[in-house]
Design a protein. Structure first.
Length: 153
């Protein structure tokens, strides 16, 4: 490979990793929300319920911090899933069950911007070396994109 191409690819890779480390986690999809943290999670929960998804738990990390006399910017986690979507992935590679059910985090960053973040299904599939389930991963990715759009815009 051309040495200049190697240098450019290295710079791009470092830049992408630095951005992820500076603000967002590697392997997550992060979407700016037009709403407050609680409203973002309310909207996500509503969209999920309309499609028959199971809501397992809603956790306010900032409320938990207050209970132990600590402070934390607004942050709420929603745990949800659907066996019709998750089971095919687990049939391909059972270890993926450690990343299921799905989770979405709404939080306020240091600048006051609210974000909705969730694990990228393609990243999860790669992490667990899942092969032969591309259609399931694509379907889950599309659904999460749709639900996130409903929650944030």
């Amino acid at each position: 490979m051309d040495p200049y191409k190697i240098i450019i690819l290295s710079i791009v890779t470092i830049s992408l990793n630095t951005e992820a480390l500076a603000g967002h986690a590697i392997g997550t999809i992060d979407i700016k929300s037009n709403y407050a943290v609680s409203e973002t999670i309310d909207r996500l929960e509503s969209a999920l319920k309309k499609k028959g998804m199971t809501i397992f738990k809603r956790i306010s990390h900032s409320e938990g911090a207050r209970k132990v006399d600590m402070t934390l910017r607004d942050a709420e986690l929603l745990i949800f899933g659907n066996p019709k979507a998750g089971t095919p992935l687990m049939q391909c590679q059972l270890t993926v069950a450690i990343d299921l059910p799905q989770k979405a985090l709404a939080y306020k960053d240091e600048d006051g911007q609210v974000w909705l973040s969730y694990n990228d299904p393609a990243f999860i599939a790669n992490r667990h070396h899942i092969t032969g389930c591309d259609a399931s991963v694509k379907k889950i990715s599309k659904a999460l994109e749709t639900f996130s759009r409903a929650a944030t815009q």
